[in-house]
Design a protein around this ligand. Structure first.
Ligand code: SF4
Length: 380
């Protein structure tokens, strides 16, 4: 069976050859679904198609939430670095995926697995001269030299912390060690980026760094998750935290735990963007007494209701950081306001609309040239 077929877990061989129409290397929808092609947004806003895949779905660890955990009964597939690189290049040449997000189950230790991931990336960059997007996973326990090599090959590196601290990780993945195995490689990424010139990174740039948390399976609060996120953003330059609402997988120790509400995941993303892009501090977020964010309202509106509902901000005088506190106004809208009011004062909601702002959410919290913006009456 060829590498692509094994990768996709399909019974029939995948066909990437022209299928009758000249130059039409295509995959069927089912094949595309099977090999997990997703959309990814680049830092410049461009969308690309990305192959998300594992070098091996065999794993010797036993994380309680994971479908690939050791001992779980399902068909495992493993590709060599050569097979994986060749398979991806076939997919890329067929126009199905432009970039690759490469991870792996852990087989024969984190170090050996990391070496195989690095070997795959090296084949892509050196043998195939692939210049496109590579997101490379760092394995638990990776060594500093491996982290540095990954940073010379990838556009993004990541390592999933899974939980906000050691105590919570113990409930999810007792064989992982929070500080030494998971946090340390992320620290090294920051250390290397700080100590060495970016010219040593892939195409003259150091890769961005991300992590992911499982949400709702370890009893962790939103406050715990966002405290760790804020610390990683401030101290290690984390580009983004991903939050993955827990979903029970059959034949895992957590199979009887209820799934986490997707709304909680959504509120965590909103709060993490406030921390990263809107100048909010952890102390500004509207945590409730149990450490949770309100679910019925987004965290920025909850903050505005508590802090500026009775004292609206004058749009023509507010600084950028103040504008960013107003619901409905993001970084781009704040900049548009600052530019527009240099030319003439903003006097009406229509003036905001003309510079591309939908003012409905902002209206209760702003003054326009000294006057409260009119609001739509709610009849229901
Ligand atoms: S180490 Fe990764 S692949 Fe292995 S069981 Fe844990 S989460 Fe799953």
């Amino acid at each position: 069976m060829d590498a692509l077929t094994r990768l996709a877990g399909l019974s029939a061989p995948m066909n990437l050859e022209p299928d009758g129409e000249p130059g039409s290397n295509t995959l069927t929808r089912r094949q595309q679904d099977a090999i997990c092609i997703s959309q990814a947004q680049m830092p410049n806003g461009r969308q690309i198609t990305m192959l998300k895949t594992l070098l091996t779905s065999a794993c010797e660890r036993n994380c309680f939430y994971c479908p690939f955990r050791s001992g779980r009964d399902f068909h495992r597939a493993t590709l060599t670095p050569d097979e994986m690189a060749g398979a991806f290049m076939a997919i890329q040449r067929a126009g199905v995926a432009q970039g690759i997000f490469l991870s792996s189950g852990i087989a024969a230790g984190g170090l050996r697995t990391q070496d195989r991931l690095l070997a795959t990336a090296e084949i892509l960059r050196q043998k195939y001269r692939f210049p496109g997007y590579v997101h490379l996973k760092l394995m638990p326990g990776a060594e500093k030299a491996q982290v540095e090599r990954a940073m010379q090959l990838a556009d993004r590196v990541s390592l999933n912390l899974e939980a906000p601290n050691s105590q919570r990780l113990e409930k999810l993945a007792p064989t992982k060690v929070f500080l030494e195995e998971l946090l340390q490689p992320l620290r090294w990424v920051h250390e290397i980026r700080s100590a060495q010139p970016a010219s040593r990174g892939w195409q003259g740039r150091w890769p961005s760094m991300t992590t992911q948390f499982v949400v709702g399976a370890a009893g962790e609060s939103d406050l715990e998750l966002l405290s760790t996120t804020a610390a990683l953003q401030a101290q290690l330059g984390l580009a983004r935290a991903y939050f993955s609402a827990f979903n029970p997988i059959p034949d895992t120790p957590l199979e009887n735990l209820p799934a986490e509400a997707p709304l909680r995941q959504h509120r965590l993303y909103q709060a993490s963007f406030l921390l990263r892009d809107y100048g909010f501090g952890l102390e500004d977020l509207p945590f409730q007494s149990d450490g949770g964010l309100p679910r019925d309202v987004d965290p920025k509106t909850a903050w505005a209701r508590q802090n500026i509902a009775g004292a609206p901000l004058e749009v023509n005088r507010a600084g950028r950081n103040e504008l960013l506190r107003i619901p409905g106004i993001g970084p781009r809208s704040a900049d548009a306001i600052l530019n527009a009011r240099c030319r003439s004062p903003l006097r009406s909601l229509d003036d905001l609309r003309h510079i591309g702002i939908r003012p409905d959410r902002a209206a209760p919290y702003i003054l326009l040239d000294g006057r409260q913006a009119p609001r739509q009456l709610s009849l229901w």
